[in-house]
Design a protein around this ligand. Structure first.
Ligand code: ATP
Ligand code: MG
Length: 279
C-alpha cells in the first residue's frame, strides 16, 4: 500500500511544494518496443527536504531525475516546480540556475577539451548578470577549497588528468558556485571508493547546511538513504511503490520491493538500523 499520508507531507498540505508530480509518466518507443520508464507517479518534495529515491537498476530513477531537471519531457501527467509547470518558462536556463545535478558519470558532465578551471568559470554563464572576472576567479577558488582541493592543484589541468573521485568533487564545486535551490544527486558515490564515499556524503550535508537546499538523492542503497533522508521514495518498475520517513520505510516496509532492497543492503548498514529502531 503506498502510504503518502505518512511523514512531513501529512502536516504540510497548505505549503507549496518545491516539486509536485501528478500522474507523471515517461515512455520511450512505440508498439512492441514501448518502454514505460516512469509510470504514473505522484509525489511532493518540500523545500529544504532531503528525499532519497531508491530502487533497483532500471526502475526509472535517472529518467525521473531528468524530468526534475527539465532534461527530459514527461509523456503525460503534470510536474510542477514551485507551483508552476516545469516547462512554463521558454528559457530552461532559469530552471537550471535553481535545479542542478551531480550525475553518475562526472566525466560526461565536463568537456574534455577545456581546462577544469575554464569550465568552472563557465558556470557563471547561467547567471543573468556575470560577476567581474576577479570575483569569478575568487569564487572558483573558494568552491575548490570547499571540496578540499587546493586551487593550484587543478590549474591548467584537463578532466582526463583527474581521478573519478576528484572529478566528482569538481561537480560538487560547481554546486558551491551556482548555489542552486535544489540539488539532484544521482548515485554520487558510485565512482569513488568507500573511503571518499563518506566524504562525498559529508559534502552533500555541508552543501545542505551552507546553502539550505532541497536535495533529491538517488541510490540503490536503502541503508545510505536511511542515513541522509527526511523521506524515502521506493521505485519499482517505473512506479513509486512506497514513500515515507526512513524509520517507517525501513522498520515497517509495506512493499515486496522495499523488503528486497532491505535484504540487499550491506550488513554494516543493517546492524546500524537494527541498533536504532524506530521510536
Ligand atoms: N533514452 C532512452 N530510450 C529508451 N529507453 C530508455 C531511455 N532512457 C532510459 N530508458 C529505459 O528506461 C528504464 C529506466 O532507466 P533509468 O536510467 O531511469 O534507470 P535507473 O533506475 O536510473 O537505473 P540505474 O540504477 O542502473 O542507473 C530502463 O529500462 C532504460 O533502459
Ligand atoms: Mg540511473
Amino acid at each position: 500500500m503506498p502510504s503518502d499520508q505518512r511523514g512531513p507531507s501529512a502536516t504540510r498540505t497548505s505549503e507549496t511544494a518545491k516539486f509536485e508530480a501528478r500522474g507523471l509518466s515517461r515512455t520511450y518507443g512505440h508498439g512492441k518496443k514501448l518502454k514505460v520508464a516512469v509510470d504514473d507517479v505522484s509525489f511532493k518534495i518540500h523545500d529544504k527536504e532531503i528525499v532519497s529515491i531508491v530502487g533497483e537498476s532500471g526502475c526509472g530513477k535517472t529518467v525521473l531525475a531528468k524530468m526534475l531537471l527539465r532534461l527530459e519531457q514527461p509523456t503525460s501527467g503534470t510536474l510542477l516546480y514551485d507551483g508552476k509547470l516545469i516547462d512554463s518558462a521558454p528559457d530552461p536556463r532559469q530552471h537550471w540556475r535553481q535545479v542542478q545535478a551531480v550525475f553518475q558519470d562526472p566525466f560526461s558532465a565536463f568537456n574534455q577539451f577545456f581546462t577544469i578551471r575554464a569550465q568552472l568559470k563557465s558556470s557563471f554563464n547561467l547567471f543573468e548578470t556575470k560577476p567581474s572576472d576577479k570575483e569569478m576567479e575568487e569564487r572558483v577558488d573558494q568552491a575548490l577549497l570547499n571540496v578540499n582541493i587546493k586551487p593550484r592543484e587543478v590549474d591548467g589541468k584537463y578532466p582526463f588528468e583527474l581521478s573519478g573521485g576528484q572529478m566528482q568533487r569538481m561537480l560538487l564545486a560547481r554546486i558551491f558556485i551556482l548555489e542552486p535551490r535544489v540539488l539532484v544527486a544521482d548515485e554520487p558515490t558510485s565512482m569513488v571508493d568507500a573511503c571518499s564515499r563518506a566524504s562525498i556524503l559529508d559534502y552533500l550535508m555541508k552543501l545542505k547546511q551552507q546553502l539550505d537546499m532541497t536535495i533529491v538523492f538517488i541510490t540503490h542503497d536503502i541503508g545510505l538513504a536511511y542515513y541522509v533522508s527526511d523521506s524515502i521514495f521506493i521505485m519499482h518498475e517505473g512506479k513509486i511503490v512506497e514513500q515515507g520517513p526512513p524509520d517507517d520505510v525501513t522498520q515497517r516496509p509495506q512493499s515486496a520491493a522495499t523488503r528486497q532492497l532491505l535484504d540487499d543492503i550491506p550488513d554494516v548498514h543493517k546492524n546500524w538500523i537494527d541498533r536504532h529502531p524506530a521510536a
